[in-house]
Design a protein around this ligand. Structure first.
Ligand code: ACO
Length: 327
């Protein structure tokens, strides 16, 4: 038996924040942001919208595309660093809105690599246990809520959004997931973090204004590490499957920075026409980027059944990884 993606969905909030809007908040310029990151604009959730409100429309669209009812889901896995609340999981809150009553539900936190971690977990669960036939994987983030809008080093980078996909057990031997490589190195925990708001440094009124409840990043260091880590993990899955650069129909990298994506593609000898980019429109939506890309590409007819797609991501933890997919 194999596992296939039978539907995808995505959602981004309506509110557009342009580089010009950011110039009113911090000392930056459209030119700096575009040349250093490739970002023109990003989407920002309203105050009333929590992460599950972004996840819900993405999930509904994925279920519609899969042509199944929410009740058929055996599991819901939510990748997020911005849960609605500490307890219960955002996956449980989503389950309630979807009116599903039988699925297992849990959140998974692997920062920007969250979607790839969640796909690997869902895929392994379907493969190893006949009880699980259909699992919804959602990656959703309201990063605007943990963004320090006075820090020009980070606030220009992030946006809000959600991507979703449904994985289903199939009777055919063909498995869509050809190879996976997931990694983490907690010794780099300090270079990309939100340090306050958990049990180590509980939230206080003073902390809210201090920026310590927001994303802090040593961008230069992350930049260097991200390129080599993504290149290496891409090579791992390609080698494991005997696939060369010319066999890859699409490279779908985590959308953090256009320069990082271009350098990874160059090192892998994948020309830019085969690299999907939407960071210009949405910025970095952490775990959600790859799900949003896949949905846009599949709905837009860019990814066709049978094509080989290489997905790769890198984020806080540090975490990183790649998945080689035959759609
Ligand atoms: N506007 C204008 N100037 C700025 C801005 C800004 N928004 N931000 C920083 N600068 C300045 C800096 O202060 C610095 O000035 P200085 O030389 O006088 O000190 C100068 O620009 C260069 O700063 P660098 O940090 O070296 O800029 P760099 O080219 O590295 O770009 C960036 C910064 C975009 C953050 C880049 O390092 C990057 O993309 N890093 C990786 C991000 C990433 O992949 N994150 C992983 C996932 S995120 C997650 O897990 C949630």
């Amino acid at each position: 038996m194999g596992v296939k993606i039978i539907g995808t969905g995505s959602y981004v909030p309506e509110k557009v924040m342009t580089n010009a809007d950011l110039m009113k908040l911090v000392d930056t310029s459209d030119e700096w942001i575009i040349t250093r990151t490739g970002i023109n604009e990003r989407r920002i959730a309203s105050e009333e919208q929590a992460t599950s409100d972004l996840a819900y429309p993405a999930a509904v669209r994925a279920l519609e595309a899969a042509n199944i009812n929410a009740e058929e889901l055996d599991g819901i896995i939510m990748a997020t660093v911005t849960p609605d609340q500490p307890l219960p999981s955002t996956a449980c809150l989503l389950q309630k809105r979807l009116k599903n009553t039988k699925a297992f539900c849990f959140d998974l936190q692997a920062a920007c690599t969250g979607m790839l971690y969640a796909v690997e977990v869902a895929h392994s669960m379907i493969q190893s246990n006949k009880k699980y036939n259909k699992i919804l994987v959602v990656a959703a983030e309201k990063l605007s809520y943990i963004t320090d809008w006075s820090d020009r080093n980070t606030c220009v980078l992030f946006g809000d959004g959600a991507g979703a996909l449904v994985l289903e057990r199939t009777e055919s031997e063909d498995d869509s997931i050809l190879a996976t490589s997931l990694h983490a190195d907690g010794s780099f925990a300090d270079i990309l973090k939100v340090e306050a708001g958990g049990s180590r440094i509980p939230m206080t009124a003073e902390l809210i204004g201090s920026g310590r409840n927001c994303i802090k990043m040593d961008g230069r260091e992350v930049f260097k590490l991200a390129i080599s880590a993504m290149e290496d993990s891409c090579r791992e899955v390609m080698n494991e499957n005997g696939v060369t650069s010319s066999d890859i129909d699409w490279l779908v990298p985590h959308q953090a920075n256009l320069r990082i994506m271009n350098m990874v593609a160059q090192r892998l000898k994948i020309d830019s026409e085969r690299v999907y980019v939407n960071v210009n429109r949405y910025g970095n939506t952490s775990a959600a980027t790859i799900g949003i890309c896949l949905d846009e590409m599949i709905r837009g007819g860019m990814i066709q059944r049978g094509q080989i797609v290489l997905m790769t991501a890198f984020g806080g933890g540090l975490t990183w990884g790649s998945i080689l997919l035959r759609y």
